[in-house]
Design a protein around this ligand. Sequence first.
Ligand SMILES: [Zn+2]
Length: 329
Amino acid sequence: MKLDSRGIIREGSVVCENDVIIRKTIRRDGKNSERVDSSVVHKLEETGFVDKVYITKNAEGNTLVKVRVGFIRLPIMGDKFASRHAQKGTCGIVLPEADMPFTSQGIRPDIIINPHAIPSRMTIAHLIECVTSKKAALTGKFEDATPFQDSEGQMVRHIEQVGTALHSHGFQSRGEEAMYSGMTGEMLTGTVFIGPTYYQRLKHMVMDKRSARDRGPMQNFTRQPANDGRKNGTRYSSIKVGTMENDVAASQGAQAFLRDRLLYSSDYYQTEVCDTCGMFCAGSTCKCNTTTSTITMPYAFKLVHNNITAMQIKASLRTHSRRCEEEEE
Ligand SMILES: [Zn+2]
């Protein structure tokens, strides 16, 4: 049992999809009605662990329980990272360590960034942090890598000091090193600027954003697929085929595809239409006493038709059998 005698999950327990975290019941209608289950459930597909359970009382004196669930996530392709110089980016590929390039000392970088990110943004402090950290790692002393110096000369002196320190430890003074390809072992033709830089993992992770859907919840009003799936912790969410996507498909002549997206996979709806007056007619609502035809349409069309009717405008549908009668006449 993951729950204790009070019906609250124990700290440290592993929680999977649909596991109960807090067991509780409520009375739906009044004091003496039957108790109904309203337990708090772990909705995410991702397996986590209970990090902390808080139990207190709220202002009304009722017991208040908060459960914090944690997840262990290794960085994967698509996760977002940033240095402390407004240099953010997403991970493009995760390589086996053996395939990463290495220095003459055998040091392999954790990440490789594209140098085109530097000149346009002018984040000089990024480079200063890198080169100063390199010196600090070699000397074992704390260093101040701030770009906010009293004068330009002081900054230049700092860089020169770092340069001489690197040089005295057998490194190139500008922080560049010759590197070797992890895949072939050959030395790379150019030198590479390399050094320790503090990086943060940002909260935007592909695990939270990726979603897929075949069938799933529909909106109540339009009967079209709901697109807010991720927000509610479920994995169902759809990507809209809007007017512009419609135009693209239409320009390719992909009519069957359009019909599939905008009707069969969306808000497919069938209803009866009176062959005489052309109104929606479930049985004998229009009192014409004639035949009806089963018509297929998107539910959105029926909705618009209802709205128009509500405005006292009669928009009648000419069914196939009604058209045939008219042609005969
Ligand atoms: Zn009718």
